[in-house]
Design a protein around this ligand. Structure first.
Ligand code: ZN
Length: 491
């Protein structure tokens, strides 16, 4: 494969930059993952799909990617001001569950939804609760370096002090002097020196369930420190790309930079990438707006804003139709359009074998591949990439209708284009070929036969046991006896 030169927009410099990894061919990628105290919703789909696309493309063009995406599960508070109730604890109390049951339940729901959206699992998926030690150590280091203070069992990052020697606001481009000016009057009313200071460690209130021992109090880590601690642990002091939604730019990512800069003495991330947000019928998504659509509600069509179910691939395609840095507005009209457009692409992809073969082609197919790469290399420009795949679709349909002529070589090239760009990189699978309810019935029947064989073996009825095994094997099944029963697959 020809070497591709990827250009990405770096939020830090506000410019497009040629991607040059620190230690090619290795690439370190860290993406802020989900909080696991509620059902996965539409808002989770966009960052997951955006960075899945990046993960797939980096690997496709030859990099070895270590993709770390965390799970936020330590029971952070209701708002960024470090006040309110522990979200995991609240759910655990309401549903009479062990907090880690809540965490596991929603982690499983998140994984199931992401699997349906064909989002690849990251290389490492660390949870904040499994890395409290690292967060305590990092907090201690920030205190030792003089950029954090303890107050009433909690530890806060001293933003004003940091900003005297560093640039707090380097990522978000916020005017921190103005923010400091505005927050001055709060002094003395809070355990924080300034409202802009953020928690590295919080002393737990008596009713707070998620808590750990620390040198300062029985409590829990602040939100921002978990990503600093886990990215350093798995990707080292410096790494290539840090991603997340634009809503995390401030304060979360700004705080991460400040923490890492204090501990390491220099900036640790080379490229910052942010996906834009999703609005619903022109309004921001929010619980209070009643437009918070869970992914399962999408798949089932059970939310009042939906007119019918939408398949996971329609949602994936809908998101990829826009460039990741553009806003996406959900509406049922836009979903219908995405469904129709996706069907056109998949139909064309499935009908390539129907193209009559000619000696020569009447249309240029060969330039399409590089055009598709050029689109991906230009900061993952998926709308442009799709426009080339629609051009390929037009050529396929015209060739089937006898309007254009295509050689076997060009027909194969079109087939490759769909395989590489639509299926492997955009991650679109043809759901019509996936397991349906017939397949589930079939699985049950095979399981039942093998259970009968287990019974026969127990009764030492070797004739029946062998008959089932031999005939299934003959029919193309691979059967393996295991410690607790059996496993089967189709060879
Ligand atoms: Zn994060």
């Amino acid at each position: 494969m020809a070497q591709q030169q990827l250009v990405i927009y770096n939020t830090l410099s506000r410019e497009k930059e040629v991607f040059k990894p620190l230690h090619a061919p290795h690439v370190g990628l860290y993406v802020c993952g989900p909080t696991v105290y509620g059902d996965p919703h539409f808002g989770h789909a966009r960052p997951a799909i955006t960075f899945d696309l990046l993960f797939r493309y980096l690997q496709h063009i030859g990099y070895k990617v270590r993709y770390v995406r965390n799970i936020t599960d330590v029971g952070h508070l209701e708002n960024d001001a470090d006040e309110g109730e522990d979200k995991v604890g609240k759910k655990a109390r309401l549903e009479e569950l062990e907090p880690m049951e809540v965490v596991q339940f929603y982690t499983n729901s998140y994984h199931k939804a992401m699997d349906k959206l064909n989002v690849l699992r990251p290389s490492i998926e660390p949870s904040a609760s499994g890395h409290v030690m690292e967060q305590i150590e990092m907090t201690q280091e920030i205190i030792n370096k003089g950029f954090a203070y303890e107050s009433n069992g909690s530890v806060y990052f001293d933003v004003e002090k940091y900003n005297q020697s560093h640039d707090y606001g380097i990522l978000s481009k916020r005017d921190i002097d103005e923010m400091l000016e505005n927050t001055r009057q709060l002094d003395g009313q809070d355990e924080k020196r300034r409202s802009i200071d953020f928690a590295l460690w919080k002393k737990a209130a008596p009713e707070h369930i998620m808590r750990w021992k620390s040198p300062w109090s029985n409590g829990f880590p602040g939100w921002h420190i978990e990503c600093s601690a886990m990215s350093t642990r798995y990707l080292g002091d410096q790494f290539d790309i840090h991603g997340g939604g634009l809503d995390l730019l401030f304060p979360h990512h700004e705080c991460e930079i400040a923490q890492n800069t204090v501990v390491k003495g220099e900036r640790t991330v080379k490229y910052w990438m942010h996906n834009n947000m999703i609005t619903v019928n022109g309004t921001k998504m929010g619980k209070s707006m009643g437009n918070f659509i869970n992914l399962d509600e999408f798949f089932e069509g059970s939310h009042r804003l939906l007119d019918k179910p939408y398949s996971p691939m329609t949602i994936r395609f809908f998101i990829l139709q826009s460039h990741y840095r553009s806003m996406v507005d959900f509406s049922t009209d836009a979903m219908h359009a995405a469904e129709v457009a996706l069907k056109r692409l998949l139909d064309a992809s499935n009908h390539i074998t129907n193209i009559p073969v000619s000696d020569n082609s009447s249309v240029d197919v060969k330039s399409l591949r590089q055009k598709c790469y050029d689109a991906m290399n230009d900061d993952l420009n998926t709308p442009i990439l799709l426009s080339h795949l629609f051009e390929a679709t037009r050529i396929i349909n015209s060739a089937i209708a006898g309007i254009e002529k295509l050689s076997q070589e060009d027909i194969d090239e079109l087939s490759d284009l769909f395989e590489i760009f639509l299926h492997n990189l955009l991650g679109i699978i043809d759901e019509s070929t996936l397991k349906d309810s017939n397949y589930e019935a079939f699985e049950k029947a095979v399981d039942m036969l093998l259970e009968i064989r287990q019974e026969a073996k127990k009764q030492k009825d070797w004739a029946t046991s062998d008959k089932i095994r031999n005939q299934l094997t003959e029919a193309g099944f691979v059967i393996k006896d295991t410690a607790d029963g059996f496993e089967w697959s189709l060879s």
